[in-house]
Design a protein around this ligand. Structure first.
Ligand SMILES: Cc1cc2nc3c(=O)[nH]c(=O)nc-3n(C[C@H](O)[C@H](O)[C@H](O)COP(=O)(O)OP(=O)(O)OC[C@H]3O[C@@H](n4cnc5c(N)ncnc54)[C@H](O)[C@@H]3O)c2cc1C
Length: 507
């Protein structure tokens, strides 16, 4: 048996969050190998996949692209003047992340094909002991950056295992499965489905789309950047910084509608209705596609080709969810049966039940999942009472409905880097005080009460099974940035130091 690899900070995941964390730790000087006479990396990153990228490595479905403009949906410290268009396609974002990992020199810290199976707090040694499929690790600080939209969710439908055709989730696209001439069922009409449906529609023989709730869809103002613009972004970095700031502040205006006065969202609804009328001439089909809840309550989607694709003769929109699967067909909740060769699930991810919560075990053998039995919560989306020296990135209530997740990720990274510096300087082991966590969470939930996500009259993946919104940040992103600008040790309690071998009396 090989000895565990010892490290000061262990990061799980190499999406925007884990990668950004690694880069910032390196920039903070935490990458000296073998410091303090102990053979160790000062930080190690564990990634279950074979490459960096997270979301952008895994979601390779046709038409995958971001829906926040790329100048904002990228790291502030790694601007990319070469984005080909305002909303970049998946391959470009993935390439950007790959290049960023290389350029900032963090690849040597990453252990690919290492899936974390368990992380247990060792109370005596005051360290995290982490088990992977490829070896064990020990760390003073654990940073979990496993992603909120990382583990695809397929509903457990009666008969699904009997289906004789091909089944896959959009986040694990089967590129080896030729859809040409196939009868395809698409389940779900969320952000991924509206991107891949118009791409596969011309290819397939028949596309049957199962829609439980119609999404609000707005036009996608997307265009390629002209060579002169790209030249300017490259040669005059201020131009790109201004473009980014313009997008940021433009999006930030939307907070008023989402969070403070959902009635303001009526303006966007008018735009959505007009977009639907222009795209779908048939009144019957349009009725099925008209949402009956306030825009913004579910994620607002942007597309110019989704609605027109539904008007094609080979598309059948079933305004009901899927109820059952048979050997060669699927049955909708409205009782209609449809023969299909392939089922593609665009049914989202385990968001309010993130799998890593079952794998992280704090003092007393309590898992994060047990601890969150009443719903997820974390101080500043990062620290959880009862879990010493653990930090989450993109933890509870840090998601956004209106702007770039990368902005929130960078805010949290600044906080955690500062925390790591503090722990290194003081040698302390800390845990968020439960009163501080409760006060934070009460504030979040109070603000949530008046948002469109609560008052908008819809059920969404933002809510957990109790109807609590544990995913989104109900405020402006700059306010979150202010909250996370500095580590605040006064909100934490310091654990008693672990007894050293000398301090243990031998009787
Ligand atoms: C299709 C799609 C489009 C999106 N578009 C946008 C957009 O336009 N704008 C926006 O702001 N957000 C968008 N998002 C949200 C997006 O997920 C975030 O913006 C961001 O990419 C999240 O980064 P992350 O590092 O937190 O998580 P991820 O990118 O999910 O990375 C998590 C990493 O952790 C690894 N991991 C998980 N569990 C383990 C384990 N047990 N052991 C080891 N490794 C593990 C995973 O393999 C993965 O590499 C989109 C999401 C999806 C799915």
């Amino acid at each position: 048996m090989t000895a565990p690899v010892r490290t000061r900070v262990l990061i799980i995941g190499t999406g925007f969050a884990g990668l950004g964390m690694a880069i910032r730790l390196k920039q903070a000087g935490l990458d000296a190998r073998g410091s303090g006479g102990v053979p160790q990396d000062d930080f190690v990153v564990l990634e279950r996949g074979g490459e960096v990228g997270g979301t952008w490595r895994d979601n390779t479905y046709p038409g995958a692209a971001c829906d926040v403009p790329s100048h904002l949906y990228s790291f502030s410290f790694a601007p990319n003047p070469d984005w080909s268009r305002s909303f970049s396609p998946q391959a470009e974002i993935q390439e950007y992340l790959r290049r960023t990992a290389t350029d900032f020199g963090v690849r040597p810290h990453i252990r690919f094909d290492h899936e974390v199976r368990g992380a247990d707090w060792d109370e005596a040694a005051q360290r995290w002991r982490v088990r992977t499929n490829a070896g064990d690790f020990e760390a003073e600080v654990l940073v979990s950056a496993t992603g909120a939209l990382s583990d695809p969710q397929i509903p457990s439908l009666p008969g699904l295992d009997r289906f004789e055709g091909t089944v896959f989730h959009s986040a694990r696209w089967r590129h080896d499965h030729d859809l040409a001439g196939k009868r395809v069922a698409v389940v779900g009409t969320g952000a991924s489905a509206i991107q891949f449906v118009p791409q596969i529609q011309p290819e397939v023989a028949q596309l049957t789309l199962f829609q439980r709730t119609p999404p609000w869809i707005l036009p996608r103002w997307d265009r390629p950047f002209r060579p002169a613009e790209r030249w300017a972004f490259r040669r005059l970095p201020l131009v790109q910084r201004l473009a980014r700031a313009g997008i940021y502040w433009g999006r930030e205006q939307m907070v008023a509608g989402f969070v403070m006065a959902p009635n303001l969202m009526r303006v966007a609804e008018r735009l959505g209705r007009r977009h639907l009328e222009r795209s779908v001439p048939d009144a019957g089909l349009r009725a099925k596609l008209t949402p009956d809840y306030r825009i913004g309550c579910k994620r607002i989607l942007i597309s110019n080709d989704y609605l027109p694709s539904l008007t094609r003769p080979n598309v059948n929109l079933v305004a009901a969810g899927l109820a059952e699967v048979r050997e060669r067909s699927v049955v909708a909740a409205d009782g209609s049966e449809h023969e299909v060769d392939t089922i593609i699930f665009g049914t989202g991810f385990h968001v309010t039940d993130i799998p890593v919560a079952d794998r992280i075990t704090g003092p007393g053998g309590v898992t994060l999942k047990d601890h969150w039995a009443g719903g997820m919560k974390a101080y500043k989306g990062a620290a959880v009472a009862g879990f010493p020296n653990l930090f989450l990135l993109v933890g509870p209530n840090t998601g956004l409905g209106h702007s770039s997740q990368v902005f929130m990720i960078e805010s949290q990274i600044a906080y955690v880097v500062d925390a790591v510096r503090h722990l290194q300087r003081t040698g302390e082991v800390v845990e968020i005080r439960s009163d501080a966590e409760t006060t934070w969470d009460d504030g979040v939930q109070r603000a949530m009460a008046r948002t469109v996500w609560t008052t908008g009259g819809c059920a969404s993946w933002y809510l957990d099974d109790r109807g609590r919104n544990t995913t989104l940040w109900p405020g402006s992103t700059w306010r979150f940035r202010r909250h996370t600008a500095r580590f605040d040790p006064s909100a934490y309690r310091v654990l008693e130091p672990a007894p050293t071998p000398e301090s243990v009396s031998v009787g």
